[in-house]
Design a protein around this ligand. Structure first.
Ligand code: PMP
Length: 452
C-alpha cells in the first residue's frame, strides 16, 4: 500500500477511461457532460485514481464498503466459495445462504427471522412493498419526500428525491409526506420535540385524508441517508410504529444505507428500540463486495406466505458468492468490533470535529449525524439558509468544493448542497482526522461564496 502505480497500471487506467467513454452508459448522468474518475486499486480506506493519486475514501463507494476495501477475510471467503460452488438456483438449499440468513436474522431486531434475498436495495424495497400489499390486501404506500429508495420503477416512484419527478409516469398509489427535518422544518417548529410532534400529526392527518383503510405500507429510512442524514428526533420512529399498528399498515424500515453498523448500531432503528414489520437491507450486509440485498420478514408477515405462494423471485436470490461474502463480512465486523468503532468515531471524532468546522466556516449551515454517518449542509447565507446548490441539482460552488477535496486527497460523497462524511466504519482515528483536516481546508473556498 501507499506505493505509486506502475507504468502498466497507469496505462491500463488510461485505456479503461477511453473504453468507458466509448461504451459504458452511466447511471443518473448526462453521458457527455461527465468526467468519471478512474479507480485502479483500493485498500482499506484508500483508493488510487487513474493518475496514481492516493485518495482517502470518505464516500465508501455510495456508503457501501463499510468494512473498507479488499478486506482479506472477505476476499478469501469469496475465493473459497468460488472454488466450491459459484451459483445455485434459489429453490435449492445452499450452505452459504443458510448461514447468511441465520446471521442476519440474529442481528435484525425483534422477530424479523425470515430472509428474502435480492441483488440490492431497490429490489428489496420492491419486494417488501409487494409482500405488504399481499399481506394487507391494500395498495397505497406512504413514503417521505426527502427519501431515496432505489432506481427501479416502483422504488423510484416511492422515492421522494427530485429524481423521482423525471421518472413520473403516473401515481402508483404512493402518497408522500414530510418526515422531520428541523433545520428546514415544514412545520415551523423551533425545537426537536415540536418537530417530532407536528410531523407525527401531519402523518396521521395524511393517512386519514388519503383513506386510513387503504394503506398497505409506510416505507421509511430509519435515518434518511441520500436525502441528507436527518437523524429523527427522539420519539418519531416510536410514533410511526404506533400509527402503523393503529391503522393496520405494514411498517417497512429501509436500512439499505443506514444498516449494518453505519450509525454505530447494527441497525439505525435500534437507536429507537423499535421493531418494524419488514426491514430492507443491502450495501453493508457484505460491504458491496458482491451484489446482495434483502428483506427481513416478521413472523406475522411470514405466516401469510406459510401456506400461500409468494408470487415473486429472482434468479440470483441468495447467490452463494454474495452470501459467502456476507457471512465473512458480518463475522469480521464482530471480531474486529467495527460497529463499536463506528459509534466511538461519531462521539469522539466526527461529532466534535464537524462541530468545530461548523463553528469556523460561514458556508456550513448545519452538521448532523451519528456513528460514521454525517452530513455537512452548505449554505450561501446562514441566516436565510439558502443552499449552496438548489435542491435536486449541483452548482459551480459545490463542484469547486468537491474538486478542492479531491485535489487534496479526499474522495467525498456529495449530494446537492451537502458533503456526506461516510468513510468505512473501520477507518483509523488518524485517517478520520486527516479527512476532516482536508475538508477544513476545502471549506475555506466555499466560505468565499457565503455571506454573513
Ligand atoms: N434504499 C436506500 C435507503 C438507499 O440508500 C438505496 C441506495 N442508495 C436504495 C434503497 C437502493 O439500493 P440499490 O442502489 O442497491 O438498488
Amino acid at each position: 500500500t501507499g506505493t505509486a502505480l506502475s507504468a502498466e497500471e497507469l496505462e491500463a487506467g488510461r485505456r479503461a477511461y477511453q473504453l468507458d467513454r466509448r461504451h459504458v452508459f452511466h447511471s443518473w448522468s448526462a453521458q457527455e457532460l461527465i468526467t468519471p474518475m478512474v479507480i485502479t486499486r483500493a485498500e482499506g480506506s484508500w483508493v488510487w485514481d487513474g493518475e496514481g493519486n492516493k485518495l482517502l475514501d470518505f464516500s465508501s463507494q455510495l456508503v457501501n464498503t463499510n468494512i473498507g476495501h479488499q478486506h482479506p477475510k472477505v476476499v478469501a471467503a469469496i475465493q473459497e466459495q468460488a472454488g466450491l460452488l459459484c451459483t445455485v438456483a434459489p429453490q435449492h438449499v445452499n450452505a452459504a445462504r443458510s448461514e447468511a440468513a441465520r446471521l442476519i436474522a440474529e442481528l435484525t431486531p425483534g422477530d424479523l427471522n425470515r430472509i428474502f434475498f435480492t441483488n440490492g436495495g431497490a429490489e428489496a424495497v420492491e419486494h417488501a412493498v409487494r409482500m405488504a400489499r399481499l399481506h394487507t390486501g391494500r395498495y397505497k404506500v406512504l413514503s417521505a419526500y426527502r427519501s431515496y429508495h432505489g432506481g427501479t420503477a416502483l422504488a423510484v416512484n416511492i422515492t421522494g428525491d427530485p429524481r423521482r419527478v423525471a421518472n413520473d409516469y403516473g401515481n402508483a398509489g404512493t402518497v408522500h409526506f414530510h418526515a422531520p427535518f428541523l433545520y428546514r422544518s415544514q412545520f415551523h417548529a423551533e425545537n426537536e420535540a415540536q418537530e417530532c410532534q407536528r410531523a407525527l400529526e401531519h402523518l396521521e392527518t395524511t393517512i386519514q385524508l388519503e383513506g386510513a383503510d387503504r394503506f398497505a405500507a409506510i416505507v421509511l429510512e430509519s435515518i434518511p441517508g441520500t436525502a441528507g442524514i436527518m437523524v429523527p428526533p427522539p420519539g418519531y420512529l416510536q410514533g410511526v410504529r404506533e400509527l402503523a399498528t393503529k391503522y393496520g399498515i405494514v411498517f417497512i424500515a429501509d436500512e439499505v444505507m443506514a444498516g449494518f453498523g453505519r450509525s454505530g448500531k447494527w441497525f439505525a432503528i435500534d437507536h429507537a428500540e423499535v421493531v418494524p414489520d419488514l426491514l430492507t437491507f443491502a450495501k453493508g450486509v457484505n460491504s458491496g463486495y458482491v451484489p446482495l440485498g434483502g428483506v427481513a420478514i416478521s413472523e406475522e408477515i411470514f405466516a401469510t406466505f406459510a401456506k400461500r405462494v409468494y408470487p415473486g423471485g429472482l434468479t440470483y436470490s441468495g447467490h452463494p458468492l454474495a452470501c459467502a461474502a456476507a457471512v465473512a463480512t458480518i463475522n469480521a465486523m464482530r471480531e474486529e468490533q467495527m460497529v463499536e468503532h463506528a459509534a466511538s468515531l461519531g462521539t469522539d471524532v466526527f461529532g466534535p470535529g464537524l462541530a468545530e468546522l461548523a463553528a469556523k466556516h460561514e458556508s456550513v449551515g448545519e452538521v448532523r449525524g451519528v456513528g460514521a454517518f454525517w452530513a455537512v449542509e452548505l449554505v450561501k447565507n446562514r441566516a436565510t439558509r439558502e443552499p449552496l446548490a438548489p435542491y435536486g441539482s449541483s452548482s459551480p460552488e459545490m463542484n469547486e468544493l468537491i474538486a478542492a477535496c479531491k485535489s487534496r486527497g479526499l474522495l467525498p460523497f456529495a449530494n446537492f448542497n451537502r458533503i456526506h462524511v461516510v468513510p468505512p466504519l473501520n477507518i483509523s482515528v488518524q485517517d478520520a482526522r486527516t479527512g476532516l483536516a482536508i475538508l477544513d481546508e476545502a471549506l475555506t473556498l466555499a466560505d468565499a461564496h457565503a455571506e454573513d
